[in-house]
Design a protein around this ligand. Structure first.
Ligand code: SF4
Ligand code: MG
Length: 328
């Protein structure tokens, strides 16, 4: 079957200034990423802040174009798909529901916005759809005339989810959807997302630095470092036997506080490298506890596993289990 989303060798570079009188440099935010997301799965993307996760989200949403490579939706390149159709089928849920919701618009207007933008339905039909979506996300109908500042953080994120759902999309791109919320509210929103996934037959591309959350809900996990996917595995493989030293380091720092909330990142030694001047060879080598001489000279190739791949000189190919090849 055709994957709902597919990235083929997608790269996004920027020309950036380095200061007065210095030449511009090239920053590779996303470098040669290939990924497939099957319909109905939760595909997580993890990595430290600055690894390129949000750039990848913007590429998938069609908000920015790749510098090279191709993104396909249901097998059709995004460039050959109608822009409005892309916008209908792939909807975002961002980290901070306050900054993503216009404070001067009521809940009714906020949720109806995509319908208005796409010219769908009469005003009465739109109102009925808004009410239906508020029910679906567990908001009381009395909030329909409220403004974002009259709602709690959790309620605001429910409004953002209602707005994402109103177009009946196939895929939600969730970029740290709960990391700006109180811990007590996070679980409620995650449970809501999982309920909605069943009810609306959704596929999630789920960006998070919180591996406890990812272990709870992901089917597959891609680990990103300096713009590249260094490991991509089924959930059990990644959490049970991570093959890349960076994945292992991330797993060892599961309780790391949220860097996006201004807290320090712990658990992985060494500073995150400057993406304008990435380390030679394996870009993780200055921080890798297992690095050896070859690592700074030679970029590792991708090693295939039964459930994915890892990009490390030390990764050992694993043969496909007999049960998997029998069941096809
Ligand atoms: Fe570490 Fe070398 Fe593997 Fe890179 S290739 S992750 S430096 S062991
Ligand atoms: Mg980010």
């Amino acid at each position: 079957t055709v994957p709902v989303l597919e990235l083929r060798n997608v790269t996004k570079t920027y020309r950036v200034g380095q200061g007065f009188m210095k030449p511009k440099a090239t920053l590779t935010a996303v470098g040669g990423v290939s990924l497939t997301v099957a319909r109905g799965e939760v595909h997580a993307l993890v990595g430290e802040s600055g690894s390129g996760k949000s750039t990848l989200a913007k590429l998938l949403l069609g908000l920015i174009a790749p510098s090279s490579g191709e993104i396909r939706i249901d097998g059709v390149p995004i460039g050959e798909t109608d822009r409005r159709e892309v916008a209908r089928r792939i909807q975002p849920v961002f980290q901070d529901p306050y900054s993503s919701l216009n404070p001067r618009k009521s809940v009714a207007d906020l949720v109806a916005l995509p319908l208005v933008a796409h010219g769908i339905g009469s005003s009465a039909e739109r109102q009925a759809k808004v009410a239906e979506m508020l029910d679906a996300v567990g908001l009381p109908r009395r909030v329909i005339d409220a403004y974002p500042n009259q709602l709690s953080g959790g309620q605001r994120q429910r409004v953002a989810i209602a707005r994402a759902l109103v177009m009946r999309p196939d895929v939600l791109i969730c970029d740290e959807p709960t990391s700006a919320l109180d811990v007590s509210v996070q679980a409620q929103i995650l449970n809501l997302l999982m309920d909605l996934k069943r009810e609306f037959r959704l596929t999630y591309f789920f960006i998070s630095h919180n591996l406890a959350v990812v272990e709870h809900l992901a089917d597959r996990v891609a680990v990103m470092y300096l713009g590249r996917i260094v490991e991509e595995r089924g959930r059990e493989g990644l959490f049970g036997a991570p093959a890349h030293p960076y994945s292992r380091a991330l797993l060892d720092s599961v309780l790391t506080p949220d860097p996006d909330l201004g807290m320090p990142e712990a658990g992985i030694s060494g500073a995150f490298p400057n993406p304008i001047d990435p380390p030679s060879g394996c870009t993780f080598h200055p921080r890798c506890p297992r690095a050896f001489e070859r690592c700074s000279r030679e970029a590792p190739a991708s090693v295939a596993f039964a459930d994915g791949f890892a990009t490390c000189h030390l990764a050992v190919p694993v043969p496909t289990p007999i049960s998997a090849s029998v069941s096809g």
